[in-house]
Design a protein around this ligand. Structure first.
Ligand code: SAM
Length: 311
């Protein structure tokens, strides 16, 4: 309903207000990981395409080594901002800011590297998959292979069953929320280690949907009432070092419709299904836990630990 009435590019997740772009420049972990990865993957004099350029910061990182960067952005306010900011930077003259839809734009010649940061937890909300899928198809049809290197090169999507109090200064609200990936979240109690449900490699065929069906064995007892989604992006593989430059999106904690009392050793299956780039509601509506051992995971009729205490 929501998406039918509001044009796609105005839906939060794809439309990102200008001040939020400025905040992204303050995120040191994001900035340094992307700068290192882009510098690592960009050969001197390279041709680079930046899809969804925003303020142009990632194009700027590439421009320190590249011969030419096409920075493609569809939001006119950001196009103006990126052009203005390029004038403040020594390699700005190597960056051509283009107002266009990344789903349609192709550079005038083959490129060595494609940067695309339309990354959101679980690859929901933003169109990373659709934009790169469309680029792959049109680029191969127009220029032939090989495909350029992509930043990020891959994303790993994981899920973790957790116990989570949904109480906010005494206000009970089982709502989805985001956590800083580098933070210390004492209130979120992992009941076992996260497991990967999808690995996306951007130079391969890309999935349209994510169908999670993952079996977990509980490592500690507790009240299972939420799932935490963790998305780690491998920005650049460093083949010679056998490692990768990584950056994680914010964690997403989503409440389950039902709470389970789980014992250590209990086995459960976590199931969900959502489309790449979808709104959070699609995940919320589909997420469920199925207990495998009859006595190990008992559905509890209350929502939160606090509600149980109060009862
Ligand atoms: C998460 S922001 C990243 C911006 C910038 N690359 C950075 O790292 O700071 C994603 C950007 O992609 C742009 N975008 C989303 N869909 C687009 C499309 N179809 N064509 C062009 N730009 C798009 C948004 O306007 C936004 O500026």
């Amino acid at each position: 309903m929501f998406q039918q009435t509001i044009p796609d590019e105005h839906v939060l997740g794809q439309y990102i207000p200008l001040h939020y772009h400025y905040n992204m420049l303050l995120d040191q972990a994001r900035m340094s990981s992307f700068r290192d990865a882009i510098e690592y993957l960009t050969p001197p004099g390279a041709k680079v395409l930046d899809l969804g350029g925003g303020t142009g910061v990632l194009s700027h990182f590439a421009a320190s080594k590249a011969g030419h960067v096409w920075c493609v952005e569809r939001n006119p306010e950001l196009v103006r901002t990126a052009r203005r900011l390029m004038r403040h930077n020594p390699f700005g003259h190597r960056v051509e800011v283009i107002q266009a839809d990344a789903m349609e734009y192709l550079p005038p010649e083959p490129v060595d590297v494609v940067i695309c940061e339309m990354l959101h937890t679980g690859l929901m909300r933003e169109k990373q998959i659709q934009v790169i899928g469309s680029f792959q198809e049109r680029y191969l049809a127009h220029f032939g292979g090989p495909l350029p290197r992509f930043v990020p090169e891959a994303s790993l999507l994981a899920v973790q069953p957790v116990e989570q109090p949904f109480e906010f200064s005494g206000f009970s609200a089982p709502i989805p929320f985001f956590q800083d990936s580098g933070g210390n979240h004492e209130q979120t109690r992992g009941l076992c280690q996260p497991l990967v449900y999808a690995a996306v490699e951007y130079d391969r065929a890309l999935p349209e949907r994510f169908e999670g069906r993952t079996k977990f064995s509980m490592e500690r007892s507790g009240q299972l009432n939420a799932l935490r989604f963790i998305t780690k992006n491998l920005l650049a593989f460093q083949e010679s070092e056998g490692s990768a430059i990584e950056w994680s999106n914010q964690y997403l904690v989503v409440p389950l419709r039902q709470t389970f009392d789980v014992a250590a050793g209990a086995e459960i299956v976590v199931e969900f299904s959502y489309g790449a780039g979808c709104q959070l509601e699609e995940l919320l509506d589909s997420a469920q836990v199925i207990p495998l051992s009859q006595w190990g995971a008992i559905p509890s009729d209350r929502h939160t630990a606090a509600e149980r205490r109060a009862a």
